[in-house]
Design a protein around this ligand. Sequence first.
Ligand code: P6P
Length: 324
Amino acid sequence: MKRLDQVLARDGVPAELELVIDHIMIACKDIAYKLAQGELAGILGATEDENVQGETQKKLDVISNDLLKDILIDNPYVKAIGSEEEDYTVASTTPGKYLVTFDPLDGSSNIDVNLSVGTIFSVLEAPEDDRAADDQSIFLQNGRKQVAAGYVLYGPSAILVLTTGKGVNFFTLDQTVGEFVLTKEGIQIPADTSEFAINMSNQRFWEPEMKQYIDDCLLGEEGPLAKRYNMRWVASMVAEVHRILVRGGIFMYPYDNRDPSKAGKLRLMYEGNPMSMIVEQAGGASSTGRMDIMDVQPEGIHDRVPVVLGSKNEVAKVVAYHTK
Ligand code: P6P
């Protein structure tokens, strides 16, 4: 089986980018180890602190964030990082050509109940101008500018899903040697699906168009969508996206009127964009409901975005509900 570095070399990934990905994997292998230790590691549960999102931080949120931040800001090819758990972007100790954004432990509310969580990351090239490493505006590039995107799903096995713009590959962490090895390549999402993922408890907060689509799904064969749907909700975006990559489906965290300025719960720079690059590279689609997520121009590192992604023909139906 090919190791990660062999696949990156085969795909012509620049050595500098390969080192950035390698350092992200060093941090993720440590996170996987700590998660697998569970209670034995004495690091489950919550801290007393809230992050910039207003969410109570789990101990492992902070530990995972620090593992990724510490190794990346010392990477000779990283200029700065942005994280869900950091109020502001953090400048590297050295000049570099890449910017990395990440959600260090997505779905962390699942940790204490031993369900799947994940690390999501996105790599951009720093603009070739004289803006300083601590200037947040260097990150404000749309998702089409990403040069790599991936996640590590910490499930029954630890799986790295990665794209560098030449398709999507799965790498499974071989715990016997501590290496990610290629286990599936050229992932293609089925174009059609009968499985949707959404948090139904938020239904009263959605726009009418999203309410109508879900109502029509629930009408099944007798309704306008003329098929029986199944539903899943893991409350871990990484797990939902992985299921969709493997067997198709549609995942939605739509616009939510609880705080109109937030446009939904999920963050553009380190959730929406990396997952959209992965899904599109696997033949799927990813939309706000009205436009491709990767065409959204960010205005801040913690911008939120409505998310509708997965099987391209089902995403097209949701977009049609929103744009007719
Ligand atoms: P809710 C996890 O906190 C997350 O950011 C995503 O991983 C997940 O899809 C979503 O939020 C779950 O949100 O409102 O169902 O708890």
